[in-house]
Design a protein around this ligand. Sequence first.
Ligand code: FES
Length: 123
Amino acid sequence: MDTAVPLATDPRPAVDWLDVCAVDDVPLQGARVIRRPRGADVALFRSAAGGVFALLDRCPHKGGPLSQGIVYGERVACPLHNWSIGLVDGQAAAPDVGCARPFAVRVADGRVWMDAAELRAAD
Ligand code: FES
């Protein structure tokens, strides 16, 4: 008896995308807070160019609420001490060092979708 063995398998589990809001619910050059049942809040940002990004709503410096910062380009300036955090990767701009955790996000049909497992996680 022959057994078909796949040449490669994708070890990543399929993403369970959760519809969190309309794109228009996130203000241009602003943010909206997504509350998680167990973990810290997530800040959903929208750049002037219309890109949507998601970071843990905690500055890597001293925990400032990034959702209350000023969005410029693909960065946000923390409202507490003005660190500049990249919206794509959460990295602080040099000479500062640190990272706000990025979350998976996708946009389709005018809606914002996030990874349900990341939103349900406690970390
Ligand atoms: S807490 Fe964000 S720059 Fe200090």
